[in-house]
Design a protein around this ligand. Structure first.
Ligand SMILES: NC(=O)c1ccc[n+]([C@@H]2O[C@H](COP(=O)([O-])OP(=O)(O)OC[C@H]3O[C@@H](n4cnc5c(N)ncnc54)[C@H](OP(=O)(O)O)[C@@H]3O)[C@@H](O)[C@H]2O)c1
Length: 395
């Protein structure tokens, strides 16, 4: 255990500031922020700390013995984390996008340099999903991890389904309240959920699947007809990240809106909260719920990682190192609700079996079974069309 932690912090936005506040509120002074590197030194931060815009001022400070990276630039974050590991400085990161694209390489570097590298705050903010998957579910019984991984889209969906708000109004409200990213596509087209799912899959099943290989569909094209369909079926639409191990050992993953029935845990996850259901053989289901975003909840999660680093905790990637034959697959079919306008759009999806269909001038839909491999094959042709896709699970 290190006696005193002196942090070189990168980023002083929502989460960096959140960490600063949380640290100020905890007892004891054995963890302090020594220097903070930001992009724009001219901004008034309203705190008395030593700011710089030169990464070297952090890396060349011999007092600093831990790097905490909380910036919104994935490319720069990658170089910061790499440089920290190469310098044998324990590092904590919250950057899900950077992690989703670079984790295998950074895990390897952490191993080679025997340097702790933690990032629990990157997936589901204050909910300690990663460490739970690492420590508690260290066996072959795990079947699936499924949940609401993005608070902003869930906030919008809650407002629509509980308060009959329109999509546009709910989105504006989310932005006003600071829940939504400035680029709404990250939240509402499922990118944020996708990045988190990639990270969780490494810890749940020990495999890395690159984001571009995964089917991802969001809620930004959802309209009144889709909301009416869900309500008529007594379901709610939730944007869900889902990874599951099939009986043959193949692991599939996707991010897709799902029509969720009332008896599911995630049906009741409201507003900006996240909820993750971990399912396994024999123990059946466990549910983790909490604030998935926001400066203070995420800052608290970052502090938890810092404290864990202080005790030399590291992820062991037990499943990755288990030697088990676990492979990524898209060989699975699901019941899908598909709303479309034109015949050309209708032909995008290859239905194995049609179970229900409806056609009118304004609203056409098909409910039927579609294979994930066929969805992956057309995923790049779906954007910009007046269509909506949602999984419609049997229960
Ligand atoms: N917000 C959340 O609830 C949440 C939850 C979990 C994870 N995260 C992740 O945490 C990270 C930070 O998010 P945030 O919401 O705090 O972002 P933010 O409010 O936009 O703040 C970003 C900070 O990064 C600094 N920055 C950007 N590029 C930099 C560079 N090259 N060098 C040094 N500083 C740089 C900015 O400096 P200036 O202030 O000078 O512009 C700013 O202080 C992101 O990766 C995000 O995905 C966020």
């Amino acid at each position: 255990m290190k006696k005193e932690i002196k942090i070189g912090l990168f980023g002083f936005g929502s989460v960096g500031r959140g960490l600063y506040d949380v640290l100020g509120a905890v007892e004891g002074k054995d963890i302090t922020i020594r220097r903070i590197c930001v992009r724009d030194l001219s901004k008034d931060r309203g705190v008395s700390a030593e700011f710089t815009d030169q990464p070297d001022r952090i890396f060349e400070d011999p007092e600093i013995n831990m790097i905490v990276e909380l910036i919104d630039d994935a490319e720069a974050a990658y170089y910061i984390v790499r440089r920290a590991l190469e310098a044998h400085l324990p590092v904590v990161s919250g950057n899900k996008k950077m992690l989703a694209y670079h984790l295998p390489e950074l895990i390897e570097l952490g191993k080679q340099t025997a340097t702790p590298f933690l990032y629990d705050a990157s997936a589901c903010g204050s909910i300690p999903v990663i460490r739970n998957l690492e420590e508690y579910y260290d066996n072959d019984l795990l079947v699936s991890v499924k949940g609401i991984l993005n608070g902003s889209s869930n906030f919008v969906l809650s407002k629509i389904f509980n308060e009959n708000m329109t999509y546009d109004k709910a989105l504006r409200l989310a932005q006003e309240l600071g829940f939504a990213e400035s680029d709404p596509s990250l939240d509402f087209d499922g990118w944020d959920s996708l990045f988190k799912l990639v990270i969780l899959t490494i810890h749940a099943f020990g495999i890395y699947v690159a984001p571009e290989k995964i089917f991802r569909y969001g809620i930004s094209t959802m309209n009144e007809a889709d909301i009416r369909f869900a309500s008529e079926k007594q379901r709610r639409i939730k944007l869900v990240g889902h990874v599951e191990k099939k009986n043959d050992g193949g692991v599939y993953l996707w991010v897709v809106p799902q029509l969720i029935s009332r008896d599911k845990y995630i049906y009741s996850v409201e507003d900006e909260f996240n909820g993750v259901v971990i399912k396994g053989r024999y123990y059946y289901k466990q549910f983790m719920f909490g604030r998935g975003a926001g400066g203070h909840p995420t800052g608290a999660a970052v502090l938890s990682d810092i404290t864990a680093c202080k005790y030399d905790y590291r992820y062991e990637y037990k499943r990755m190192n288990s030697g088990l034959d676990i492979r990524h697959t898209d060989d699975v079919c699901h019941r899908i609700y598909f709303r479309y306008r034109t015949e050309e759009d209708r032909n995008l999806l290859k239905f194995q079996l049609i179970r229900e269909q409806y056609t009118s001038g304004e609203w056409n839909y098909v409910v039927g079974d579609v294979c994930l491999s066929d969805l992956v094959a057309v995923k790049d042709s779906l954007a910009g069309r007046d269509i909506f896709i949602a999984a419609y699970p049997w229960n």
